[in-house]
Design a protein around this ligand. Structure first.
Ligand code: HEC
Ligand code: HEC
Length: 493
């Protein structure tokens, strides 16, 4: 066998080789440029600088809780410019009030988005939600004043379902096209040719498709009574979306609770139905709900969140209380309530069986053994290392913290004021309005009737499934003056 070259494989003429090399270089350069452009427009990260009060670590932490990302930006991040212009293009789908303010979101003056929304640039500015969205209370003490905010309190004004339905309605509209949205975006955001191409070919159609898919995943919620402000279907969401369970008709419309002083609840149960034995379980599953996915960043964010909410405290009751009457109330509390609601109480932090508590049973029925088992499997598959959620057996007796801002009361928010909770169930309001932010300092809770309330609030019908206001009859047979004393004491908790 000859080792010499075949005679027809002559060396390539130098001219051709040079041309091929140049072509290769051009292609490579093109690839590099495309890569840089991709990185620049899709991935380049700018860390958030929290604008207000950067001096102290405490205020930086507070800003992070209100506006920081939980890490879901890459997958779940919504392009900020699209979100920004939707109410301008589709005002007809919001109704009175116009912008995102119509959804009761806690919006501080001077901020680009309400609390609970994070903006992080990864290529383009991506918006995700965080814990403050549902866990910040907006309130006013007198009509006409600017809203105040209690971080970590129940977001009783926030109407998540209405916000979702607005976004879904936009996605269905024929105006949701690049031709209609891009000119509006260009009025507010600088855009180069690459941005225009990116929005036209990827982001606008992508967002539309994502919204329509989300609507499909949440179709079950339209077969149940509306959540209204301050609530969501706390266990329907993981059950029907995360674990993809078949619709068995269950529902668990649950108030957004407060995250105050959770550190003092060690050893007790969490969630209304006692579905979690560890705070870290709730933090991890809540983070999943915002689109964050397990990985190193996931644990880092969750550890920070858990540490932050350990000692979070409510603002003190702002009105007058009579110290002598509150002292009398303290002994009523010790006799009738402390066993379930004081720190160290015999049953505090435990689940009180349905038969004994007697409140609306739907939430408990939603999360049974089989549901907990499915969730355990999904959690393990996703790589969640926290303890799994367990079946609900009744409702948890929680220590009472910041009670004056927790209205409407009970897990489903079915009783507007403390005074109503101390009345026998048949005397509690059957219809009232929730989501109005004016504090009722006498009956304690939020004002829940009257023309202003009806305009701003959501009509709550206790006759609908999941909205029942019966049960929890402790204290209902106290004398009127004992009730007033007890309420004065509760204001201080
Ligand atoms: C879309 C609204 C929403 C968001 C966002 C949200 N939560 Fe919640 N959260 C709820 C609801 C509703 C409940 C009540 C569930 C229950 O009690 O069964 C709840 C319950 C909790 C509880 C249990 C409180 C208790 O008293 O047992 C904790 C802790 C908690 N959330 C932490 C978080 C953290 C941390 C985040 C962010 C990672 C977060 N939540 C994000 C709606 C939300
Ligand atoms: C046997 C235990 C038990 C006793 C005694 C008890 N409670 Fe409760 N309480 C609970 C449970 C459990 C819940 C949650 C029920 C639900 O959400 O369906 C609750 C809920 C509440 C809430 C609503 C908290 C919120 O975030 O909405 C208030 C307020 C309250 N109790 C006050 C009292 C007062 C005042 C007394 C004494 C007169 C009292 N409770 C006695 C077990 C008890």
């Amino acid at each position: 066998m000859s080792t010499s070259r075949p005679s027809d494989a002559r060396p390539t003429p130098p001219k051709w080789r040079r041309r091929a090399l140049i072509a290769l270089a051009v292609v490579l350069l093109g690839c590099v440029l495309a890569g840089v452009l991709f990185w620049w427009k899709f991935l380049k990260t700018e860390d958030q600088a929290f604008t207000a009060d950067p001096e102290t670590a405490a205020s930086a932490d507070l800003q992070r809780f209100k506006y920081g990302t939980l890490g879901g930006d890459l997958i779940a991040g919504i392009p900020y410019p699209i979100l920004f212009i939707l109410p301008r293009v589709f005002p007809d789908k919001i109704g009175e009030g116009g912008g995102y303010g119509a959804f009761g979101l806690p919006w501080e003056p001077g901020q680009r988005l309400p609390m609970g929304f994070s903006i992080k640039r990864k290529g383009f500015e991506r918006v995700t939600v965080n814990c403050a969205l549902c866990h910040t209370t907006q309130y006013r003490l007198v009509p006409g004043e600017n809203p105040r905010f209690a971080v970590g309190g129940p977001g009783h004004t926030v109407d998540i379902q209405r916000l979702l339905r607005f976004l879904f309605a936009c996605a269905h509209d024929e105006r949701f096209t690049a031709d209609r949205l891009l000119p509006e975006m260009a009025l507010h955001f600088p855009m180069d040719a690459a941005d225009v191409a990116l929005y036209k070919m990827v982001l606008i159609p992508g967002m539309r498709a994502a919204l329509l898919e989300a609507e499909r995943q949440l179709a079950w919620m339209d077969k149940r009574p509306d959540w209204g402000p301050g609530r969501d279907d706390a266990f329907g969401l993981p059950k029907f979306v995360l674990t993809q369970a078949d619709d068995d008709g269950t529902l668990s419309t649950t108030d957004f609770p407060s995250l105050w002083k959770l550190g003092q609840r060690k050893g007790g149960l969490f969630q209304a139905g006692g579905e979690a034995t560890e705070l870290s379980t709730v933090v991890a599953t809540s983070a999943l709900g915002t689109g964050a996915l397990p990985g190193p960043g996931f644990d880092r964010h969750n550890d920070w969140t858990e540490a932050f909410i350990q000692d979070l405290a409510p603002p003190p009751f702002p009105g007058q209380t009579d110290p002598a009457r509150a002292a009398e109330g303290s002994s009523v509390f010790a006799r009738h309530c402390a066993g379930c609601h004081a720190i160290g109480g015999e049953r505090t932090g435990t689940s009180i069986p349905l038969a004994e508590i007697g409140t609306d049973p739907e939430h408990v029925k939603t999360w049974q053994e089989k549901d907990a088992r499915r969730m355990k499997k999904v959690g393990a598959a996703l790589g969640v290392k926290e303890a799994p959620m367990i079946a609900a057996t009744g409702y948890v007796a929680k220590p009472l913290v910041g009670v004056w801002l927790l209205g409407p009361y009970l897990h489903n928010g079915s009783v507007p004021t403390l005074m109503d909770l101390l009345a026998p169930p048949h005397e509690r309001p059957r219809i009232f309005w929730r989501g109005y932010d004016l504090v009722d300092q006498d009956r304690v809770g939020f004002v829940s009737s009257g023309p202003e309330t009806e305009k701003a609030g959501f009509r709550y019908d206790t006759g609908l499934r999941g909205n029942g206001n019966r049960g929890h009859e402790w204290g209902t047979d106290l004398q009127p003056e004992q009730k007033l004393a007890l309420i004065d004491y509760l204001k201080g908790l």
